[in-house]
Design a protein around this ligand. Sequence first.
Ligand code: GTP
Ligand code: MG
Length: 207
Amino acid sequence: MTIYSAEFIKSSKFMEDCPEGNKPEYAFIGRSNVGKSSLINMLTNKKGLAKTSSTPGKTQLINHFLINDNWYLTDLPGYGYAKASKSSRAEFSKMIENYILSRKNLVNLFVLIDSRHLPMQIDLNFINWLGEEEIPFSLIFTKLDKVSQKEFSFNFKKYSQKLRETWDELPEMFKTSSEKKIGQEEILSFIEDTNKYLARNKIYFGE
Ligand code: GTP
Ligand code: MG
């Protein structure tokens, strides 16, 4: 799929402030600093579209970007930010939980995982919660450029094993590097196919 337009729409603190949910929406979530905002910039070929930072906790709100006038990409704040206060963490989980559970046009949530790490409990808990709530999701392994092939295969295998403990079928998984532009085509094709599926089945949102 060719991206011919990618436009920042708004940042929202609460679900109720989000733009009208009348188009298919794809959101990015994962631990702070995993590379969510960088990935959005890589996918859209627009460097400064989503704000990135080497310090975790950069994205604090729900950010909507309209792509090709036709669907939304959503950048979410990261979870597991160690320095956040307890109350702000609680407020954050409520805001994100509410968004994930009630955003009707959210067709897929991409959960980002850092390729450098072995499976982390916080990610597994989050993934399992999505399963319980029947939220459609896929996994994206990020920062592939930071690991050797061997290291990645090892971590990937461990991840798959862990997931098999609770899932009969593994979710769709993508490998990416925003730095080296790896995985752009695969993710955009996945979104394109999903959009086509929705159109073919006349699944529209609030129109
Ligand atoms: P929060 O908004 O704080 O939750 O973080 P985020 O998940 O949006 O991460 P962000 O995109 O801001 O990236 C965090 C850091 O990782 C930045 O310093 C990026 O340059 C770096 N980074 C992101 N993706 C990649 C990648 O694919 N390769 C490398 N080498 N660095 C990356
Ligand atoms: Mg961010």
